[in-house]
Design a binder for this molecule. Sequence first.
Ligand code: NDP
Ligand code: GDR
Length: 362
Amino acid sequence: MASENAGSESITLNPHKVALITGITGQDGSYLTELLLNKGYEVHGLIRRSSNFNTQRIDHIYVDPHNANKAHMKLHYADLSDASSLRRWLDTILPDEVYNLAAQSHVAVSFEIPDYTADVVATGALRLLESVRSHIAATGRSHIRYYQAGSSEMFGSTPPPQSETTPFHPRSPYAASKCAAHWYTVNYREAYGIFACNGILFNHESPRRGENFVTRKITRAVGRIKIGLQSKLFLGNLQASRDWGFAGDYVEAVWLMLQQEKADDYVVATEESHTVEEFLEVAFGYVGLNWKDHVVIDKRYFRPTEVDNLKGDSSKAKKVLGWKPKVGFQQLVKMMVDQDLDTAEKEKVLVDAGYIDAHQQP
Ligand code: NDP
Ligand code: GDR
């Protein structure tokens, strides 16, 4: 398992670019790491301590650090709530690019743990920016570049289409915290001249999406229902509309932002929006099922304040970065269902052998 060797202080310097990623174990962290490794970067990821290994999304690209010639991704323990760990790893790793992807990223959960969410999402970003600022002041490494993972949730109740000039109206502790992180990033750029960019990314999904986000919750259920492991799927608001893209496409835009001459902020979106109900139709329809036979509305999944309609205008990213999404909505849904049919087949083997209980829904 990857995290067994985390914390190793032996950093090998090489002539390639060096990146530091917070949130490397998350969906985006795993895709960004693959992209950077393919470009020849040395990638360092900060992971937080957990009682179980939390590196499943990057295990396939992990090479034991004892194999020094082949290990281009290294993991270190740190936490966005621990400023000293952030500064220490900056000083040790000497990155050229810093990607701040770490977050308590679940909107509904942010209503349950608002204080913690603000600490990690808002103050965590400030801690990292301040670490970068003081690292530059101490070392003179002013070429260092910083990326902040901003969110379309910041637009909240402001109607679409949403672009870089659209006012924010956050509708959750998570979204309000992302707004703070956004403005901290702008402020550090203006106050200290740090090359710091905000990506304002609309929802992006993949087969690696966390299982309690609505898209993956649906595709996991489709796989399980199709092979008889489950019959009902409990969901909340089906009328919310989201601009859903593919995470693999979005990390390319993230990387491009840090390769520009000038630091700036960019909206990244497909410019197409679909309701949760439309997602259900495509996902269940793809395997010949009718979602209405399986979905049960459960009030517990409704949020105190909802974001009804997100649809991005990413013309700036298209023009300046030369970026555009490759994977469309239908293709994305099918990619996720295909993978989750496979996951369900494997699960069934374990259920049939008595290792897991089919009634335990993911
Ligand atoms: P995930 O929830 O999949 O990953 C979040 C990452 O942050 C995980 O690696 C997690 O670690 C880590 N993390 C959480 N808390 C801390 C902490 N206190 N200290 C250090 N690390 C921590 O998110 P995504 O990959 O989907 O998103 C990446 C970023 O982009 C997030 O900031 C998210 O808010 C933002 N974003 C995401 C969008 C999307 O649609 N996916 C859209 C717009 C913005 P662990 O694995 O241990 O839990
Ligand atoms: P979101 O994603 O809140 O947009 O945040 P999520 O998939 O959680 O919700 C999308 C919409 O689906 C509705 N919904 C449900 N959501 C969940 N999670 N579970 C359910 O059972 C359910 N039923 C209906 C929600 O109410 C909502 O309207 C994601 C995260 O990745 C953020 O970190 C990121 O910033 C934004 O996308 C852009």
